[in-house]
Design a protein around this ligand. Structure first.
Ligand SMILES: Cc1cc2nc3c(=O)[nH]c(=O)nc-3n(C[C@H](O)[C@H](O)[C@H](O)COP(=O)(O)OP(=O)(O)OC[C@H]3O[C@@H](n4cnc5c(N)ncnc54)[C@H](O)[C@@H]3O)c2cc1C
Length: 331
């Protein structure tokens, strides 16, 4: 190993930003899949409580070949784990498409805008803008909540950075971040009547794509999508419906009571309770839901959240036939 002063000089032209296709906002593979009209698949990675990069690659492995992008959560549920930035930096080095999640709970506008430049420079093409869960629901309720931004002001700021090439202060960027901007939505929890209005605000603020929370109540989701179509929002934003395999009736009940934003109807819990193999039934249910949401006009893909059940994601995608259909194979 040569001493530092003996090394070749660093070549600053080596890694220019990736170039988006004409009419695209980013070089993200997810954006490409959505714009060409394919049904997209994103999947959430369970972040490790570890500083070992191999734990990230292990968690990503079941998602690697089936997801158009892997979501790195930002202390979801206000519980501390490896950061979304750390996870994305490891995955982009392996050529994986990532969705960097940013919650407004823990960082102010100065930190977030700097993070966005760093993420884009690393090759992150997608950012999901979240207000974020409050500190009260997490494992460190004494933490100081920041909330300098909310999801809407965060979206507007990142759109300004991308499209106008400037920080919120007005100071110009020399190279703007080329990012595909996302937001979240909870279509199935009250007040149901303003969920589509909230979505409209996120679209007006700059959301290019939406990833929803888990959909277990297809009737409520259909009504939400009807309103979304009536408002013309499905023409303006790509919507990915959230799905996931439940492990048992007990875990479904736990989710219903403890995770904000999720509605699990009694029929679903009964179906799992009656099943001989609840885990298998949870997987089947997830596949059924994928089949149902993909028939709904205006749904452009699925976002799979398989907490502690990532090993099932490949089978779920394979059995649902999404990727085979994309490749033109019969299902
Ligand atoms: C796909 C997905 C990924 C997520 N990842 C993370 C994560 O990584 N980290 C994390 O901390 N959280 C995460 N969450 C949780 C998310 O922050 C909450 O579900 C939030 O309630 C909805 O998304 P938002 O952050 O965009 O909130 P917003 O839509 O901005 O809403 C924030 C809060 O204000 C309430 N609210 C907003 N407008 C109104 C109004 N007009 N009247 C009354 N109440 C209102 C909402 O109900 C919500 O409780 C995720 C959620 C989803 C669906």
């Amino acid at each position: 190993m040569p001493a530092f002063h003996e090394r070749e000089p660093f070549d600053p032209t080596i890694d220019p930003p990736l170039t988006p296709l004409p009419g695209h906002k980013s070089a993200s593979f997810l954006e490409r899949v959505l714009r060409r009209g394919d049904f997209a698949v994103t999947a959430e990675l369970n972040p490790p409580d570890s500083a070992d990069p191999r734990d990230v690659f292990k968690a990503a492995e079941p998602l690697w070949n089936v997801a158009d992008a892997i979501n790195a959560t930002d202390a979801s549920g206000a519980n501390c784990h490896m950061s979304s930035m750390g996870i994305c930096s490891l995955l982009v080095r392996q050529g994986m498409g990532t969705v960097l999640q940013i919650s407004c709970r823990d960082r102010n506008r100065i930190a977030i805008q700097g993070d966005v430049l760093g993420a884009a420079a690393m090759g992150v093409g997608n950012i999901l803008c979240l207000t974020g869960d409050g500190v009260g629901v997490g494992d460190q309720p004494g933490a100081k909540p920041v909330f300098d931004f909310d999801a809407l002001s965060l979206l507007r700021t990142l759109r300004t950075m991308r499209d106008e090439g400037a920080f919120l202060s007005g100071r110009k960027l020399t190279t703007p971040p080329q990012i595909f901007l996302g937001a979240a939505e909870n279509p199935c929890i009250p007040p149901l009547e303003w969920r589509a209005d909230r979505l409209a605000k996120k679209v007006a603020a700059g959301a290019d794509f939406i990833q929803t929370n888990y959909i277990f109540d297809i009737a409520v989701f259909r009504r939400f999508m009807e309103r979304v179509r009536d408002m013309g929002l499905d023409e303006k934003v790509f919507i990915l419906a959230g799905v996931g395999p439940l492990a048992s009736a007990k875990s479904a009940r736990w989710m219903r009571s403890n995770v904000p934003g999720i509605h699990v109807p009694d029929e679903i819990i009964d179906r799992l309770e009656r099943a001989e193999k609840p885990g298998e039934e949870g997987k089947k249910l997830c596949i059924d839901l994928i089949q149902q949401v993909r028939e709904i006009k205006g749904v452009h893909g699925v976002h799979i959240m398989a907490y502690r059940r990532e090993h099932l994601v490949g089978e779920i995608i394979e059995e649902s036939g999404i990727l085979r259909e994309r490749l033109g194979e019969s299902v």
